[in-house]
Design a protein around this ligand. Sequence first.
Ligand SMILES: C[S@@+](CC[C@H](N)C(=O)[O-])C[C@H]1O[C@@H](n2cnc3c(N)ncnc32)[C@H](O)[C@@H]1O
Length: 303
Amino acid sequence: MSRSFFRKDATAQGVAKQRLIESLAKPDKRIINDPYADRFVWGESLIKLMGHEFSVWVTRQFAPGFHEHLICRTRYIDDVVEESAANGAEQYVILGAGYDLRAHRLHLPTDIKTFEVDQAEVQQRKRSKLPSSLANSKNVTYVSMDFNQQSLSQQLLDAGFDQSKSTVFTLEGVSQYITREALSSTLQELTTLIQDADSTFVMSYVDKRLDEDPKSCFGKGYPNAVKRAESVRRLSAKFGEPWISLYSAQELQQLLLDNGFVLTDNKTIAELNSEYFTPVGRTVPEDQIFKLEHFVVAKSPEV
Ligand SMILES: C[S@@+](CC[C@H](N)C(=O)[O-])C[C@H]1O[C@@H](n2cnc3c(N)ncnc32)[C@H](O)[C@@H]1O
């Protein structure tokens, strides 16, 4: 396998690694469980040996709250997807799916149709690592494409997307890596695609204040906030996936509106801490709050 291949899945592996670490926590302490994450992570045996607490401690040396932030993002999106499915969504489109295993690990209706969209190389590696028998496998279709180069709607229609069905779309941990134009045209294509079916769009975005006022993207007293923010960005760029698009809340809201979606929720770990971490005795202290990324829900207008 070439070096460029590894670069393509580096960030997908990075997120899967945090899901693996979280899944190693005791069932009554963990926020999410991803029993498949270990298949995609280099050094998974060592991580398993180190266990949840020590692995979180090691991650904290790189950036306090980084693990909890990513896990909070995953859990939030898990909840929205499960709620949308319970409310009648019949299709689920995972944009930039990487090693997302929601199609198999969440409690979704057995007849929901899932489309996973990502770069061909990442999907090839994912499929080669998945077990042969998996819940809901027959309902998952892989759509290989590059958002910066190809038309999403055409690829989805070719793959069997049904425009009359209510759909939930997720774009998790991707918007910072693609151009503004690519995000805008992706949204435009979704609007055309969904026609008059009731749909939900969930995404994460990195706060533009990271460039202008980095300290505001961390809890009060967070150690070396500016330096840590630079380290996280540098690491991502080093692996060939620089953060090229950051957004303000107003800008994102307008972008959604211009493309036919109405923003209904915008959260960071700061707001979700008491909902997810406090009940299991893991409240994230203020000086470890890593809130440079927001989790957003938008709806297609009432029809
Ligand atoms: C940080 S990973 C997130 C993966 C997954 N959503 C998760 O949260 O586990 C970013 C994903 O976006 C995909 N991606 C980045 N740029 C892309 C592009 N231009 N076209 C298609 N996929 C892209 C990458 O291949 C990778 O799987």
